[in-house]
Design a protein around this ligand. Structure first.
Ligand SMILES: N[C@@H](CCC(=O)N[C@@H](CS)C(=O)NCC(=O)O)C(=O)O
Length: 243
C-alpha cells in the first residue's frame, strides 16, 4: 500500500468515526450534589438522577446549622449553591440551585427522558400533591421528630435524643401518616402511588420511609399491609435499591 492510500484510508476512518467520537465528547458533565447520603432530600435527588441515568458526584457537606453546632465552617461554593445552608444543593458548572423539589423539577426540564411527572393533568396534580405531602407533613413527623432525634443527635451531634418526643410522635402523628399512606397505596390501581407510573410521588414518599428503616423503628406493619408491601417493592425494584 502506498503512503497516499494509507493516508486516504486513515482520513476516511477518522471521518466515519467522528460522530461516535462526538457522542463520547458530548457526555454530560457530572452534576455535583452537595450533602450527605443519609439526608432524605439528598437521597430524593440521587434517586431522580439515577432514574434519569444522569452522572453525578456527592460533595460531602453538612447543613450550615449543623456545621456551626460542630464549630465547622461551610465552604463558599456550598453557600453559593444553597443560600439557606440546607442540603441538598446542585451544581452544574457555574449554575447552582437548591431544594430537592426545585432541583428535580430542573432536572426534568434539562433531561426530560424518563419523565418523573405524569403527563395526564389529574395524575400530575396527584403526584405533586404526594411530593408536597412528603416534603411537609412527612418531613415534619419522620425527619424532624424521629430521624433527627434518633440518628442526627446521637451520631452527629453526640447528644441524647428526646425519647419522649419520639414516643409521642410514633404513637400519634406517625400513625396518622402511615394510615393515610395505607389508604392511598390501597387505592392505586398499580404497583406505584400513581397506578403503574413510577413518579416523583414514589421518590418523595419512599425517601422518608427509608429513614424509618434506617433508624430501625419498631412499627407494627401488620396494621399497614399495603404500605408494607409497597415499601418492600419500591426499595428492591427501583432506583432506591442502592440508596
Ligand atoms: N425543602 C428542602 C429541605 C432540605 C432540608 O431541610 N435538609 C435538611 C437536612 S436533611 C437541612 O439542611 N437541615 C438544616 C436546616 O434546616 O437548617 C428540600 O427539599 O431540599
Amino acid at each position: 500500500m502506498t503512503k497516499k492510500v494509507i493516508k486516504t484510508l486513515f482520513t476516511f476512518l477518522m471521518i466515519s468515526a467522528s460522530p461516535l467520537l462526538a457522542k463520547e465528547v458530548a457526555k454530560p458533565t457530572p452534576s455535583v450534589v452537595y450533602g450527605v447520603k443519609v439526608s432524605p432530600y439528598v437521597r430524593k435527588v440521587e434517586a431522580a438522577l439515577k432514574y434519569k441515568n444522569l452522572p453525578y458526584e456527592i460533595k460531602e457537606v453538612l447543613p450550615t446549622k449543623l456545621s456551626a453546632a460542630l464549630k465547622m465552617d461551610s465552604s463558599p461554593d456550598f453557600l453559593e449553591a444553597s443560600p439557606l445552608g440546607k442540603i441538598p444543593a446542585l451544581r452544574q458548572g457555574n449554575f447552582t440551585v437548591s431544594d430537592s423539589a426545585v432541583i428535580i423539577a430542573y432536572l426534568e426540564k434539562t433531561a426530560p427522558q424518563k419523565s418523573l411527572y405524569p403527563k395526564e393533568a389529574k395524575k400530575y396534580a396527584k403526584a405533586l400533591w404526594f411530593e408536597k405531602y412528603a416534603d411537609t407533613t412527612m418531613s415534619e413527623v419522620i425527619h424532624q421528630k424521629i430521624f433527627v432525634e434518633l440518628f442526627v443527635k446521637p451520631n452527629v451531634l453526640k447528644v441524647a435524643p428526646d425519647q419522649v418526643l419520639v414516643d409521642s410522635t410514633v404513637a400519634n402523628e406517625l400513625s396518622e401518616v402511615l394510615h393515610y399512606l395505607e389508604k392511598e397505596v390501597s387505592k392505586s390501581k398499580g404497583k406505584f402511588l400513581i397506578d403503574n407510573e413510577f413518579s416523583i410521588a414514589d421518590i418523595a414518599v419512599a425517601t422518608h420511609l427509608k429513614s424509618l428503616d434506617l433508624v430501625k423503628l419498631q412499627i407494627d406493619w401488620k396494621k399497614y399491609p399495603a404500605l408494607f408491601a409497597y415499601k418492600n417493592r419500591i426499595f428492591t425494584e427501583t432506583v432506591f435499591k442502592d440508596l
